[in-house]
Design a protein around this ligand. Structure first.
Ligand SMILES: C[S@@+](CC[C@H](N)C(=O)[O-])C[C@H]1O[C@@H](n2cnc3c(N)ncnc32)[C@H](O)[C@@H]1O
Length: 231
């Protein structure tokens, strides 16, 4: 039974478990080659390494995906995850509003555009995203989910977990790696827009009748979703 909220009595942890809050991230509006942006992308690489995200994608895809099956990475950024997967023999494509990175494999597609404007979902049975789904509010997640529901058979997401512990861990990690002010700001914003429980699958509108999923927190402040279409 729902109980009435009493904001004055809520602990910080309880406050963080309330609704997601999506707000603009600084990195999205900085010139790509600005010192702050370059430094923040370096921070992001280090945070991904600390969170073990890339290794998780590789592990999870292996055994679930055959080499010829096409994987689309949403919000691929500098392309490092996709590049790693391509080197391990996966067939990877990427979409990001950022231009194709210089090191992106010549044989792999890079769609430099808004995810919302993408129209080739039917080409990609596997859709993955590292630190991208939290950029989308509920309405945009629902629209994205309609495309995934129609065309994908496997969806993997690694996102921030929205809770107090994640905030503490992020503060610690940011200090450890010497994160700049952009990363510190964007990290906090990302956690506020992060997920817990079944939130992401539900926000995408995945039906338990057609999909089975597992959504797990990680010890390092992460949230990981594996959603597979029931055959
Ligand atoms: C936090 S970064 C993560 C980058 C990469 N996945 C990683 O983990 O290093 C988010 C990326 O998503 C891209 N992005 C955010 N919203 C987007 C949208 N609506 N359409 C296309 N790209 C988007 C940004 O350009 C950025 O490269």
């Amino acid at each position: 039974m729902a109980t009435a909220r009493q904001p004055a009595l809520l602990s910080p942890a309880a406050t963080l478990r309330e609704q997601r809050q999506c707000a603009p991230e600084l990195l999205d509006s900085l010139p790509a080659e600005s010192r702050d942006a370059v430094r923040s992308r370096r921070d992001l690489r280090r945070l991904n390494a600390l969170m073990g995200n890339f290794a998780w994608f590789e592990r999870t895809l292996r055994g679930r995906v055959g080499a010829p099956e096409k994987i689309l990475e949403l919000g691929a950024g500098t392309g490092e995850l996709g590049l790693r997967l391509a080197r391990r023999g996966f067939t990877v494509a990427a979409i990001d509003r950022a231009p194709r990175p210089r090191h992106w494999p010549a044989s792999a597609e890079w769609h430099a555009r808004e995810i919302e404007a993408f129209d080739r979902w039917a080409d990609y049975p596997i859709v993955i995203g590292n630190l991208i789904f939290h950029h989308f509010d509920a309405a945009r997640l629902r629209v994205l989910g309609q495309q995934l529901d129609a065309h994908a058979r496997l969806i993997l997401a690694a996102e921030p977990r929205r809770n107090f512990t994640s905030n503490l861990l992020f503060t610690f990690a940011a200090t450890l790696i010497g994160a700049n002010h952009v990363t510190r700001h964007d990290g906090r914003v990302s956690i506020d827009a992060g997920f817990h429980g079944d939130e992401l699958a539900v926000a995408l509108g995945l039906s338990p009748a057609r999909w089975r999923w597992s959504a797990q927190p990680t010890l390092r402040g992460g949230y990981r979703l594996i959603a597979e279409r029931k055959s």
